[in-house]
Design a protein around this ligand. Structure first.
Ligand code: DQA
Length: 139
């Protein structure tokens, strides 16, 4: 079982960025948590973070026939991107959408996700635990 974890724009700023919403832990700490959880479950995991929509599309395309599952936090692209869900559909890899915060209880514009319809599940508002839940679901 090989899982790809993709984090979108500004998630490289975790720990600094709005800690009251996203917490004070860093992206490196999130990746370490997921890495050790996957290892304990016998799954392989790789990580990708980008602030660029096209790079995320390229990463999803490159996952074709290489990964069994994708965990994606598309961050702000959740609410704007058609290219990311199109790429997920194109590769046909089971994908779980994760958000650290509960996007339903924040600003109105965050309630729309163009990515949700192509994912097997959306997990929101559970902070880092959401990524662990997503791993378990895919495994
Ligand atoms: C986010 C929620 C998005 O609305 C926001 O743009 C992010 C992070 C989350 O993890 O809660 O960058 O995806």
């Amino acid at each position: 079982m090989k899982i790809l974890v993709i984090n979108g724009p500004n998630l490289n700023m975790l720990g600094v960025r709005e800690p009251e919403i996203y917490g004070s832990a860093t992206l490196a700490q999130l990746e370490e948590l997921v890495r050790s959880h996957c290892a304990s479950r016998g799954a392989e995991v790789e990580f990708f973070q980008s602030n660029h929509e096209g790079d995320i599309v390229d990463c999803i395309q490159a996952a074709y026939k290489k990964f069994d599952g994708i965990i994606i936090n598309p961050a702000a692209y959740t609410h704007t991107s058609i290219a990311i869900p199109d790429a997920i559909k194109a590769v046909g890899i089971p994908t779980v959408e994760v958000h650290l915060s509960d996007i339903d209880t924040r600003e109105e514009f965050r309630r729309i996700s163009y990515v949700s319809p192509v994912c097997i599940k959306t997990i929101k508002g559970k902070h880092f635990a959401g990524y662990i839940e997503a791993c378990d679901l895919l495994i």
